[in-house]
Ligand binder design. Structure first.
Ligand SMILES: [Zn+2]
Length: 317
């Protein structure tokens, strides 16, 4: 079958063996996959966000997953790319999301930018008919925005600043604006920021914002060295900073965390069922975040040189 692979740090379509599902796994035929722009080249097929159709399952009759597997066959599904070991202390303690030996589809094991890939049945969730393929592929991004919004304590009038204007940042702003909070996005990209207007979200370039330490919540989606420093300049004492993208290593002065008695929270993953509910009832608009759709061959090109608009590119497999 055809799958994207890296060779000498370049991505291209390769002919690879068909996936062999382990016990408890399904083979999924992807319909749409979010092209992971800017991903570090690895030795597996990329692609962590997908919607696809369950082709087959490898679940023995009588196993606790048998009924679920049967119900999923031929269904359209989305799924979590995080594959826990199910044997470590965290998995056994109910924290499999933080498994000590977890693998990630598209990063450490073969992902969805292929004609088929294997994934545990337990990771899959059926997609309601009301959600088309394009929007379903963004379910995990919506789930992440819901998770970030669940970390916000809503007080009388909550002032929230979202740092960055990536699709993730824009979705977080959109979902948080529904919480009756005053939300503004600080970003540099005019085309992306203009999307904020339709969601009643204010936007400014970071340079135009006063460092008044008056925000109740700052969500850093930049993944950039200066993100957390800027967040500490903007947050009020006892405010909450949410890190929604991994910052690079730095020698940042963390004294403001102590002085301001700040809370710093990491945020990863999110509730996929709630995301599908929001998408099905059109409470969240993801279409404007999709720049274009490409075939598998062209998806390799997008991995090699990311889309200039910085919006979502979907591969139609
Ligand atoms: Zn584990």
């Amino acid at each position: 079958m055809r799958a994207l692979r890296f060779a000498d740090s370049r991505c291209s379509v390769a002919n690879v063996p068909d996936p062999v599902p382990a016990a408890g796994e399904a083979v999924v035929r992807p319909l749409r996959v979010v092209v992971p722009q800017g991903q570090t080249p690895g030795n597996v097929t990329p692609g962590s966000d997908f919607v696809g159709v369950v082709q087959s399952t490898n679940v023995p009759a009588g196993s606790p997953l048998a009924e679920r597997a049967k119900g999923l066959k031929g269904r359209r599904v989305v799924g979590s790319p995080s594959v826990p070991c199910r044997t470590c202390d965290l998995c056994k303690g109910g924290l499999s999301h933080h498994c000590r030996a977890r693998q990630t589809i598209g990063l450490t094991r073969d992902g969805a930018l292929a004609e088929a890939f294997a994934i545990p049945v337990a990771n899959l969730t059926p997609v309601p008919d009301a959600i088309d393929d394009d929007r379903a592929a963004l379910a995990r991004l919506v789930a992440a925005a819901i998770h970030a919004s669940q970390l916000v304590r809503l007080e009388a009038k909550t002032y929230i600043t979202v740092l960055g204007d990536s699709p993730r940042a824009l979705l977080i702003a959109q979902v948080m604006a529904k919480l009756n909070a005053s939300v503004r996005v600080l970003g540099e990209h005019e085309q992306r920021l203009s999307l904020c207007e339709r969601w009643s979200v204010k936007h400014r370039p970071p340079a135009e914002v006063g460092r008044r330490q008056d925000q109740d919540v700052v969500v850093d989606c930049t993944g950039a060295p200066g993100g957390l420093a800027l967040a500490m300049d903007l947050i009020r004492p006892r405010g909450r900073i949410i890190l929604a993208s991994s910052p690079p290593p730095s020698n940042l002065d963390l004294a403001p965390l102590v002085d301001g008695e700040l809370e710093l929270l990491g945020c990863r993953g999110g509730p996929i069922d709630a995301a599908l509910d929001m998408l099905a009832s059109r409470q969240v608009h993801v279409e404007p975040l999709i720049a274009r759709k490409v075939k598998l061959d062209a998806a390799a090109g997008v991995l090699n040189s990311p889309d200039p608009a910085g919006l979502v590119v979907l591969a139609e497999v």
